[in-house]
Design a binder for this molecule. Structure first.
Ligand SMILES: O=P(O)(O)OC[C@H]1O[C@H](OP(=O)(O)OP(=O)(O)O)[C@H](O)[C@@H]1O
Ligand code: HPA
Ligand SMILES: [Mg+2]
Length: 183
């Protein structure tokens, strides 16, 4: 499959790469201001958040530590199973640490609701969330998220880390996946 064929699998581009980078610069400014004088541990949630994490931390003009967790609730489909599994845990002891979870998307909210509680339970000094995308109309639980990039419609989206059956993560823009791909 050629790269241009990937574009044919989208019904529309929702957010372009340039819009994403401009938004991450804004969020980085807010994060810098909010954590002045504090050490910060940024936790990326594999695999979807890889792109956001890489671009957000490079937009930050300050020291951060980075760690990763891998959790999964979607498997190969387009609906959350609601069951969150830890596939890879943190390597860092977060007790007393200021933790910023970085995610690509809040859809039902089940993943981040669970993850935030899990990390708070480990005795972190604070656990805040930065999510590039959020679907307000899909929320099954309200997640307390401090930094949000874009509120988007309740459609299955791919690109910039977001996958369908592990593909499309390497698209630079974020777009709506055409139903013919999965129906
Ligand atoms: O708000 P929710 O409905 O819980 O959905 C959001 C989560 O689902 C996706 O991850 P997924 O479990 O598909 O794993 P991945 O990051 O490896 O793609 C996405 O990256 C978020 O982590
Ligand atoms: O819309 C989505 N696209 C890709 N992965 C996802 N995980 C939750 N929602 C989505
Ligand atoms: Mg996924």
């Amino acid at each position: 499959m050629r790269a241009s064929d990937i574009q044919d699998d989208l019904t529309e581009v929702l957010v372009t790469e340039a819009e994403i980078h401009a938004k991450l610069d804004e969020l980085a400014d807010r994060i810098e201001a909010d954590y002045v004088g504090e050490e910060l541990l940024v936790v990326g949630v594999l695999r979807g958040a890889v792109m956001v994490m890489a671009d957000l931390v490079r937009a930050l003009d300050r020291h951060v530590e980075m760690d990763w967790m891998a959790v999964s609730s979607y498997g190969a489909g387009t609906k959350s199973s609601g069951v969150v599994k830890i596939l890879k845990d943190l390597d860092t002891d977060i007790s007393g640490r200021h933790v910023l979870i970085v995610e690509d998307i809040i859809d039902s909210g089940l993943t981040l609701d669970w993850l935030q509680r899990n990390l708070v339970g480990r005795g972190a000094a604070s656990v805040e969330i930065c999510a590039l995308f959020r679907k307000p109309d899909a929320a099954k639980v309200e997640v307390d998220v401090r930094y949000v990039g874009f509120d988007i419609p309740n459609a299955f989206v791919v690109g910039y880390g977001l996958d369908y059956a592990e593909k499309y993560r390497n698209l630079r823009d974020v777009g709506v996946l055409a139903p013919h791909v999965y129906s």
